[in-house]
Design a protein around this ligand. Structure first.
Ligand code: IDP
Ligand code: MG
Length: 151
C-alpha cells in the first residue's frame, strides 16, 4: 500500500472544486489518510517546491500556493502515486487527457488545480513535510476487499 501527498491548490478551492476532486479519488477506491484545510506560509511553500528553486516560474509558483487556502491530504492505495497522478492529468492542462481533473477543469499550467507527489521518494518527503505521523489515520473499510486485491 502506497501513501502519497495530494493538495487542492488555491484555484481549486476558490472555484468550489474541493468536493469534486475528493469525490474522484474516493470513487476510484483510494483511501483517505489525512486532510487539513489551511493557508500555506512562505517557509512551507518554499520547502515544498524546493526542487523548482531557480526556475523562472518558481517565484510565481510560491505566490500561487500562498494565494488562498488549500486542502492538503494524504491518500493511500495500491500504486496510489501513479493512480492519482493519472487522475489529475498532465501538468499542462491542454496536454492532460480528457476525463482528468486538469483537463476537465483547467486551461493554464499556472492554474492547474492540484498537486500530487510524482514518485515514491517525493511522496515520503511530502507526506512527512505536511503531516505529523499522528495526523495520519490508519484504518480499514468494509469495502476494501472489493477494491484491493490484497486488502
Ligand atoms: P506537477 O505539479 O505536475 O508535478 P511540476 O513540474 O512538478 O508539475 O511543477 C510544479 C507546479 O509548478 C505545476 O503543477 C505548475 O503549477 C507549476 N509550473 C510548472 N511549470 C510551469 C510553467 O512553465 N509556468 C508556470 N507554472 C509552472
Ligand atoms: Mg511535481
Amino acid at each position: 500500500m502506497e501513501r502519497t501527498f495530494v493538495m487542492v491548490k488555491p484555484d481549486g478551492v476558490q472555484r468550489g472544486l474541493v468536493g469534486e476532486i475528493v469525490a474522484r479519488l474516493e470513487r476510484r477506491g483510494l483511501r483517505l489518510v489525512a486532510a487539513k484545510f489551511m493557508t500555506v506560509g512562505k517557509a512551507l511553500a518554499e520547502e515544498h517546491y524546493g526542487e523548482h528553486k531557480g526556475k523562472p516560474f518558481y517565484a510565481g509558483l510560491v505566490d500561487y500556493i500562498m494565494s488562498g487556502p488549500v486542502l492538503a491530504m494524504v491518500w493511500e492505495g495500491p500504486n496510489a502515486i501513479a493512480a492519482i497522478r493519472q487522475t489529475m492529468g498532465a501538468t499542462r492542462p491542454t496536454e492532460a487527457a480528457p476525463g482528468t481533473v486538469r483537463h476537465d477543469f483547467g486551461l493554464e499550467i499556472g492554474r492547474n488545480l492540484t498537486h500530487a507527489s510524482d514518485k515514491l521518494e517525493t511522496a515520503e518527503r511530502e507526506v512527512a513535510l505536511w503531516f505529523k505521523p499522528e495526523e495520519q489515520v490508519t484504518w480499514t473499510r468494509d469495502v476494501d476487499r472489493w477494491v484491493f486485491e490484497k486488502a
